[in-house]
Structure formats: C-alpha cells, structure tokens
Ligand binder design. Sequence first.
Ligand code: DON
Length: 305
Amino acid sequence: MKDLLGAVIEKNRYWTQYGNVATYIPELSKGNPDVLGISVCDMMGNEYFAGDYDIKFTMQSISKIVSFMCALIDNTSEKLFRKISVSPTAEGFNSIVNLETKNAHKPLNPMINSGAIATVSMVKGITSEDKFNRIYNFMKEITNNPDIKVNDDVYHSEKSTGDRNRALTYYMKSTRIIDDDVEEILDAYFKLCSIEVTCKDIAYMGAMLTNDGMLPCSGKRVLTKEIAKTVKAVMATCGMYDASGEFAINVGLPAKSGVSGGIVAVSPKKMGIGVIGPALDQRGNSIGGVKVLEDLSNRLDLNIF
Ligand code: DON
C-alpha cells in the first residue's frame, strides 16, 4: 500500500501547478501550492502514508461534517431537517442567493457555509462557546488526536474578513433559522474552521465513518449506524459543493473538502482517506487531491457506483 500511495502522489503532483491557493482568507494565501500528501487508515487502524502527509492545515469546511455529526446526535433528524435541507447545490459554497429564493429560507445543505453555521447553532450548549467545545471535543475523539488546536492566525484572519458569512448569518437570523447572537455563533464557526490537523487525523475520522460509526482499533461506537449513513449520504451528494456530481462519476466516494486543500474520503468497509493539496481548482477543491483520489479509486476499484 505504501508504494502504491507513493506512486499515486508522484504521478499526480504535476497537477498542483494548475491550481491556486485560497486568498479570500488572507492567512490561507501563505499555503504552499506544491504540497501534495495522502494518508490512509483501514478499519483495523493500520495507517499508510506518502508525500507531504505530515503537513498541518486547517480543517475549514471539513469541520462541517463534524458539526453535522454532533447536530444529528443532539437532535432528532426531523427537527434538524426542519431548519436545514439536504439538497445539492449548483451555487458556490458561500452563495447567498438560495437562502432567499429556495426552500422557505432554509439553507440548502449542511456542507455549505449557511447550512454549516445553522448546524453549529443546533448543537447542544447554552452558549456558542459550549457549542464550540462540544464539537471540538468530539473532533479530538474521532481524529484520535487530543492535541489538535485552533490556529489563531487563521482564526483571526477569518474573523476579520468573514463578512460574507456575517451576511448569511444575519439573513438566517431574520428568517428565524437561527436564534443565536450572530457574532457569537460565527465565532464558534470560525474557530472550528481554523482547527489544525494532518491527513492522518482526517483519515482516522474517515475510517470511523467507513466502520459505520465505530472507531478503528478500539471498536468504540461514537455514532449510530443511522447517523453514519446520513453523514456519508450527504457527503456523497453535497460534500464537494457544485463539483459533487463530477466527483461521484470520477472518484465515487463520499467525501468532504475544505479551502485549505484537505479532503477526507470514505471507502465503505475498506478505509478512510485524507489528502492535502493547497492548490485549488475553480470550485474550491484541491486540484491535486481530487486527481490523487481519482487515481487511487481507479487503481483499487473503489468507486461505489
Ligand atoms: O467560511 C469559510 O468560507 C471557510 N472558513 C470555509 C470554506 C470552505 O472550506 C469551503 N471549501 N471548499
């Protein structure tokens, strides 16, 4: 497996030159566009890695699946889906247009910014800080890494430039999708996006989903099978934003990307996969990371469709 991963990284590294690092969050523009790495964790907890697998990056939108898991644990799905839909979108991840024109003001799904902010607000906790801590602690458990931390530079950079997210959140407050104080719930959201991980951490999280909600190795159940199924279904349909359809054809795995260049993918009953490649394509997904996943999926016949 290690040799295979090394070959996949080296074959696809040239793709990184065709992408660009995100700049709309100023701190992310410091990302190295040449980086490409992968880590795989199987259901027994065995780990394999290649390339720049040990580079740290912020979770960004990958945190959205963890918030979604916590919101599903803390609410009945009927209650949650009264506030947030699970419809794929053809708009960008921070688009505002659908909030006004579709679905009685409900965010289209939990994988885009509006839906994720609403998801954080549905997590158990009196204050937004309680909600952050609930999700953060769960994240430590499902990455098997108690040392993951908020990157303060990225957090401050997001908070000082996040006016599009403010617009989305004020709009959702006006339509009673959320009741929280806007700045406080955004603070929790920005911090969650700014938690720093490696490919290894997100591959472990993917392996837990592969394992239908049980941690690799210990077998400890952290999600019901039903919740794990819901999360994977929403990843498969909405996790790569408006590129989710193409990704389903070419890779065919439930996955979630983030603008710092990470992607977590889930190969059912086989493995969790984490990739990092900060150079992004036009939809905001890691250009090299998508190619690596496509190549791996073809070589190991992983496409679930
Ligand atoms: O709120 C934002 O815009 C970022 N913190 C997260 C966006 C993101 O990762 C979208 N991913 N492709």
